[in-house]
Design a protein around this ligand. Structure first.
Ligand code: FEO
Length: 176
């Protein structure tokens, strides 16, 4: 069972993670269209990770006795001024997601919902990594992306990113 305010925020977070996925898939498509294949790959992997995040929240709600009620997912932007804007927007977005997760944590703490506080622990750690990755991508672009050779090297580096499903997903699957 959940306090209704916590259940509502958890449901909204499923949708927020789906929006994150679509945002990064849209960025991946723009980068692919502009022949930045490595950057496109990086954001494609990020899309998959965000879908995992959405499913972890979804399965947690079900497993912990809640009711899933999904709202609409907003359309992501489709046009970008360039790589720098994409990297800036992705960092801003991760900072927003961190604030959403903190808000769920605060609401759960307020009603002594310790299971949700514990569940969110992984996401709080994950957001440190998510913000660090986004910040590093932006910083490296600013440091080395100013000429064609540097940009090609960054693009090749990001082409190596491979999706690995988080073990956290399996923890909450198959319940309810
Ligand atoms: Fe689902 Fe990028 O945090």
């Amino acid at each position: 069972m959940f306090d209704k305010s916590v259940e509502k925020l958890l449901n909204e977070q499923v949708v927020a993670e789906m929006y994150s996925a679509n945002l990064y898939l849209s960025m991946s498509a723009w980068l692919d269209d502009h022949n930045y294949d490595g950057y496109s790959n990086w954001f494609y992997v990020q899309y998959k990770e965000e879908m995992d995040h959405a499913l972890i929240f979804y399965n947690y709600i079900r497993n912990a006795g809640g009711t899933v009620k999904l709202g609409a997912v907003d359309a992501p932007p489709v046009d970008f001024a360039g790589i720098k804007e994409i990297l800036e927007k992705s960092l801003e977005h991760e900072q927003l997601v961190t604030s959403l997760i903190y808000a769920i944590n605060a609401a759960a703490s307020k009603v002594n919902d310790y299971k949700t506080v514990q569940f969110l622990d992984w996401f709080i750690k994950e957001q440190v990594e998510e913000e660090d990755n986004a910040s590093t991508n932006l910083g490296r672009f600013e440091n080395f992306g100013g000429d064609a050779k540097g940009l090609l090297s960054l693009d090749q580096e990001l082409a190596a990113r491979v999706y690995t499903q988080t073990t956290q997903l399996a923890l909450y699957e198959g319940g309810a």
